[in-house]
Design a protein around this ligand. Structure first.
Ligand code: ZN
Length: 435
């Protein structure tokens, strides 16, 4: 008796279910749901799932008829390249870059799991990578999708690259890519790479990155009893250096505090570790002055800084050898291009790419803030090394800066507006004939 009734119920239930799935906007693919799908692929270090991210992006490229190929400069670290051929392929091409990877997240500190891409009723999409920088990776594709639907045909060829390992220095990604024949063959004329969110209604744009240096300084001296006052101990020498370095730090910081320069326009130097002391099972020996003492610093040099002058200052003033001191500078990436010029892209009338870009933002109803130097570092530095102009730009306005932070999120309306901005940017730059 129960069986027919049960069957009947199941059938009705199935009909309702399929009707719901057809009608529900949740189930329909939209630019936002595609963005959520990309965000749900966990490409956070230390084990980024590059394979899934690349196969998802390939499926997107196929759905809009873009050519694609993967390059692998280091095993297990694919780089995906999408191409929309222009009607005049002899013109220098455009490259739109983003990175596949993201920094790790601490799920317990988040309102929503960092790889769930939950969209709240007020339109916030929570995910690691929502701002940095899976948004632009998908916006490029969506903008191209819309332009194709409008039958737009680019004159210049457009490439979209997805590189691995940006968050861990880019040595196995962008650094190798820009030195490859594959890159040379793209004949790139102008590049857009990632930028940062803006809390107000102007989009931020970056014309340079600061170059990071690691500085390790080491002092040596005779060991001695804790009670003795004597000259030239390792700790005394290290402390003298710390004082000189602190004064330099203050002189740079004063310029910022006085409003004469932005944070990213000065040389920053920040202590990151101090290592000294003689230890035993019970902890530090409090009556022994150690024979070695070491400290480490994070330095960031804007493109306007003179790296040779900085090296002279370190050798002469900060870590003088006559005080039994030695040092090591770890240069994390280039600081000058192949011609020996500072790594910066001009944002004035002498750079016609800039003028076209600026105008395209205005066409899309957007406003640009004064161009800035990025405080930190992106893969753009490797591309600038080749002399090709690069701007750092992520169209996110009226949103807190949440890259690498807990609860990284992006508002759906901001994401959708960004697609329109790229439609304008891609169509303007790819139609621009003079450069
Ligand atoms: Zn990034």
């Amino acid at each position: 008796m129960a069986l027919p009734h049960c069957r009947h119920f199941l059938l009705i239930h199935l009909i309702i279910l399929s009707a719901t799935s057809l009608a529900s906007p949740q189930e329909q693919e939209t630019p936002v749901t595609r963005f959520q799908q990309y965000l749900r692929i966990n490409t956070a270090h230390p084990q980024p799932d590059y394979a899934s991210a690349v196969s998802f992006l390939i499926s997107q490229a196929q759905s809009i008829g873009l050519q694609y190929r993967t390059l692998e400069f280091s095993p297990g670290k694919p780089l995906l390249l999408l191409t929309w051929l222009g009607s005049n392929p002899s013109l220098p091409s455009l490259l739109f870059n983003s990175h596949l990877d993201s920094v790790p997240a601490e799920p317990s500190k988040w309102l929503h799991p960092p790889f769930s891409a939950v969209r709240t009723p007020d339109g916030k999409i929570f995910a690691r990578g929502a701002q940095d920088d899976k948004c632009i990776g998908m916006q490029y594709i969506e903008a191209i999708r819309n332009l194709k639907n409008k039958n737009f045909a680019p004159a210049r060829t457009i490439h979209v690259s997805y590189v691995p390992d940006e968050e861990i220095g880019g040595l196995h990604g962008a650094a190798k890519f820009v030195h490859s024949v594959d890159f040379e063959n793209l004949n790139v004329g102008f590049v857009l790479d990632e930028g940062q969110a803006s809390p107000d209604d102007e989009f931020r744009v970056f014309y340079a990155d600061r170059s990071p240096w690691g500085l390790k300084i080491k002092a040596n001296g005779p060991p001695g009893h804790g009670s003795r006052m004597y000259d030239n101990s390792a700790m005394e020498n290290l402390m003298k250096s710390l004082e000189v370095i602190s004064r330099f730090r203050e002189s740079q910081f004063d310029v910022v505090k006085a409003g004469k320069a932005a944070n990213s326009e000065v040389i920053s130097v920040n202590p990151v570790y101090v290592k000294a002391g003689v230890t035993s099972d019970t902890g530090f020996a409090m009556n022994v002055q150690p024979s070695e003492a070491e400290a480490g610093f994070d330095l960031r040099l804007p493109p306007t800084a003179n790296p040779e002058e900085m090296k002279r200052r370190i050798a002469k003033e900060w870590v003088p050898a006559i005080r039994n001191m030695s040092y090591e500078i770890i240069e994390k990436g280039p600081i000058r291009d192949y011609m020996g010029r500072p790594l910066m892209t001009l944002t004035n009338a002498s750079n016609s790419w800039w003028l076209v870009f600026e105008q395209a933002i205005t066409f899309a109803g957007g406003k640009l803030a004064k161009p800035e130097i990025l405080s930190s570092t992106t893969d753009a530095r490797y591309i600038r090394q080749t002399g090709i102009p690069v701007l750092g730009f992520s169209p996110m306005s009226n949103i807190p800066i949440l890259l690498h932070d807990h609860n990284e999120h992006l508002r759906d309306t901001v994401y959708l507006k960004g697609i329109k901005v790229y439609e304008s940017v891609i169509s303007s730059l790819s139609s621009f004939m003079e450069a």
